[in-house]
Each structure stands twice: as structure tokens, then as C-alpha cells.
Ligand binder design. Structure first.
Ligand code: HEC
Length: 202
């Protein structure tokens, strides 16, 4: 019993001294610390994903409006458009990608296609009743906006890099980060815009 007591006190003391030294850290670096200390590279999940790029740095800390706008412009200019100039793929494949949440973990093999996890944040097809509300509902997206070349291009670009339009958006940069392929993004554009897609059915 006594030994256990001493161990408990020792652990508490160690924890408090860690908390004291943690207070010296700036607010910005502290939250990142457990990740850099505890994560290990394994399989396809490398540690490079912990490195902030200029966009994340501007949003995690602070940046003046002029810098935010310049970064948005640079993100927009870096969007890679399909070589064949076509934005619409297959909505049925798009629905599967929107449903699928997996990918990019250490147990995934290199080259495995990732999911888009869209339902995690958005409502899309009415038939799927399990969806998150971090992002706006995309139900009736195409029915409301039409299917013009401009809307197709915007939708492709937004999925490729949401932060090109809204720098500190919480939506992942699917194309920019290499999480989704060009074909997968086209399939998602079709899911949102094809009149036959369940997204646009009443
Ligand atoms: C982590 C949450 C999250 C995920 C996952 C996510 N989004 Fe978003 N999305 C958002 C948020 C938040 C917004 C609104 C803010 C903004 O414009 O960036 C948004 C906006 C959008 C818009 C713009 C809507 C408009 O009115 O112009 C589209 C299109 C979109 N998302 C499609 C998708 C698709 C397709 C997927 C899956 C590949 C997806 N999103 C996954 C959070 C998410």
C-alpha cells in the first residue's frame, strides 16, 4: 500500500512539473506537441502531414487580410484541371466515394483509393439519413444552381481545394492534398450536378 502511495505521489509530481514547463510554451506550439512527440511514421502514414504549410500557418495563428487574400489566390492558381476539359464523371461512383470514410492510414496499401467522407460533414442524397452538419447541406445542389460550365468548374475547384475560396475552411483540400484523384473528383461533381443524381431528386 505504502509503495503504491509513493508511486502515486511521484507520478503526480512528475505531471505537475510537466504542466509547469508546458506553461512556458506559446499557445501556438503547445497543441501540436502531443502529435510531434507521440506520432510515429508507419506504412504510408508519414510524419510530413504534421508540417503546417503556409495556409495552415496563417489560419492556425493569425495573418492580415492581405496575406489571406494572397494565399487564396495562390491556392486557386495551383488547382490542376482535367486534361480533357471535362468535369462530370459518374454520379453512382461519386455516391460511393461520398459514403466512404477510409483511407490514408498506416494499414492502407500505397495506391489504394481513399474515400471522400463527404457525408461526415454534409447532407447529400435524401436516402442517406446519417450525415454531419459541419458543412452546409448539399441536397438539391445542382437543382438549385444548374449545370453550366461555370458551375461545373467551380464545383470541381471547390472539391479540389476548398481553401482557394475560403482560406480557413475546415473542408479538406481533397485534390491539392492528393487524397482524391481527378477521376474521383469528377464523379463527385456528377453526384452534385447530374439531374439524375439522388442529390437533385425531390
Ligand atoms: C470536415 C468537414 C468537411 C468535409 C469532410 C467535406 N466538406 Fe465540403 N464543406 C465543408 C464546409 C465547412 C463548407 C462551407 C465552408 C466553405 O465554403 O469552405 C463546405 C463547402 C462545400 C461546398 C461548397 C458549397 C457551396 O455552397 O458553394 C461543396 C461543393 C462541398 N463542400 C463539397 C464537398 C464534397 C463533395 C465533399 C467530399 C469529398 C466534402 N465537401 C467534404 C466541410 C466539409
Amino acid at each position: 500500500m505504502k509503495a503504491q502511495h509513493t508511486l502515486l505521489l511521484f507520478t503526480l509530481a512528475a505531471a505537475f512539473s510537466q504542466m509547469a514547463s508546458a506553461q512556458d510554451d506559446s499557445y501556438g506550439t503547445l497543441p501540436a506537441r502531443p502529435f510531434t512527440q507521440d506520432f510515429q511514421a508507419r506504412g504510408i502514414a508519414g510524419l510530413e502531414r504534421l508540417q503546417e504549410d503556409s495556409v495552415q500557418a496563417a489560419c492556425n495563428h493569425w495573418a492580415p487580410r492581405s496575406v489571406v487574400q494572397a494565399l487564396e489566390q495562390a491556392q486557386l492558381a495551383a488547382i490542376k484541371f482535367p486534361a480533357d476539359g471535362k468535369f462530370l464523371g459518374d454520379w453512382k461512383a461519386g455516391e460511393k466515394i461520398a459514403q466512404k470514410g477510409g483511407g490514408m492510414t498506416w494499414s492502407d496499401k500505397a495506391g489504394t483509393e481513399n474515400g471522400g467522407n463527404c457525408y461526415n460533414c454534409h447532407q447529400l442524397s435524401k436516402a442517406e439519413t446519417s450525415f454531419g452538419t459541419i458543412g452546409p447541406s448539399l441536397n438539391q445542389y445542382g437543382a438549385l444552381r444548374g449545370n453550366s460550365p461555370e458551375i461545373q468548374k467551380y464545383t470541381y475547384s471547390k472539391i479540389f481545394n476548398a481553401k482557394a475560396y475560403n482560406l480557413c475552411s475546415t473542408m479538406p483540400r481533397f485534390g491539392h492534398a492528393g487524397a482524391l484523384t481527378e477521376k474521383q473528383i469528377k464523379d463527385l461533381v456528377a453526384l452534385l450536378l447530374d439531374p439524375e443524381s439522388p442529390v437533385n431528386k425531390k
